[in-house]
Design a protein around this ligand. Structure first.
Ligand code: F6P
Length: 333
């Protein structure tokens, strides 16, 4: 990684930055890093508001280094975000291209998840500037980076909730079904299930046999274990947390309760780990633009900063850790 602040600026340049898709804690830290590293090179940075919608509507503001002061510690995104339906159309993308040309930017940093990357990959086909993606989503379901910005914070928020639920679950000797976010992915469920000592997890990537799970709950009860926590990722095959709770109640006869953690997982101050990852990836994205790279996403894999083609990061699936998947029911004794 060659941070531009060490070298004298050689050219004046304008680049854009935006945040798109579901917000993730650490997006602000990434914006700050992009702005300050690019300005260190003598470049001008424009912040597009509400993600790809801002590109289409030409809604942007110039971000000087002081414009991003005191945002590092805040969740959410100062640039706002959205899921743009219009950008899925050719007309929407043509309008975005026209905005980029009219505003004179030659590079764009898109901070978001796989949906954002599929969108800007299409834009890269019709616009000649450099487009670099920075992975930020609590779901962690982006190929090309071991972790995405926001995942660690969401995981710790969910863990805090599960620790609290365990107190009441154990006092009342109940089975709690806790639903965590992750529309098509079980990264939060697997990680929080492991860290929070869940008895079972239900994720879209693997099939959990509910009958077997109910048998294990009954056996555990006979051995004197009267409370359990089952973690369910949204989008699980067996249905949502309420559907699973009902089935467990009918098949075991035990009292069940449901907690849906929902959007609580998306907010709050980013953890140190997310702030550091966001800072590194934001800076590296600017480096990629300086090197003339385009249609790529930056990521960190086994400690190394790497660039992956946007097409690949938007399409390929990152697998869950099979070792942890097997361990969860074994640990529940
Ligand atoms: O992509 C992040 C995420 O939080 C998913 O886990 C969740 O399914 C989805 O966004 C919810 O999206 P929205 O806030 O638009 O309802």
């Amino acid at each position: 990684m060659s941070i531009g602040v060490d070298s004298m600026p050689t050219e004046s340049r304008r680049i854009g930055v935006l945040t798109s898709g579901g917000d993730a804690p650490g997006m602000n830290a990434a914006i700050r890093s992009v702005v300050r590293v690019a300005c260190g090179r003598g470049w001008t940075v424009l912040g597009f508001r509400r993600g790809l919608t801002g590109l289409i509507e030409g809604d942007f503001v110039e971000l000087a280094p002081r414009a991003v002061a005191n945002i590092l510690q805040h969740g959410g995104t100062m640039l706002k975000t959205a899921r743009s339906e219009a950008f899925r159309t050719e007309t929407g993308r043509e309008r975005a291209r026209a905005t980029l040309e009219a505003s004179g930017v030659s590079g764009l940093v898109a901070i978001g998840g796989d949906g954002t990357f599929r969108g800007v990959h299409e834009l890269a086909r019709i616009w000649g500037g450099s487009i670099v993606g920075v992975p930020a989503t609590i779901d962690n379901d982006v190929f090309g980076s071991d972790e995405t910005i926001g995942f660690d914070t969401a995981l710790n928020t969910a863990l805090d909730a599960i620790d609290r639920i365990r107190d009441t679950a154990s006092s009342h000797e109940r089975i709690f079904i806790v639903e965590v976010m992750g529309r098509h992915s079980g990264f939060i469920a697997l990680a929080v299930g492991t860290a929070g000592g869940a008895e079972e997890i239900f994720v879209p990537e693997a099939v959990t046999d509910l009958n077997q799970c109910c048998r294990r709950l009954v056996e555990a009860n006979r051995r004197g274990k009267a409370m359990s926590i089952l973690v369910v990722a949204e989008g699980e095959h067996e249905g949502d947390a309420f559907a699973i709770a009902e089935k467990v109640k009918v098949r075991t006869g035990f009292e069940t309760r449901v907690t849906v953690l929902g959007h609580i997982q998306r907010g709050g101050p980013p953890t140190a780990r997310d702030r550091i990852l966001a800072t590194k990836l934001g800076a590296y994205a600017v480096d990629m633009i300086a090197e003339g790279k385009s249609d790529v996403m930056v990521g960190e894999v086994r400690g190394d900063l790497i660039a992956t083609p946007l097409e690949e990061s938007g399409l390929r699936k990152k697998p869950l850790d099979p070792f942890l998947l097997k361990l969860i029911p074994i640990l529940a004794r």
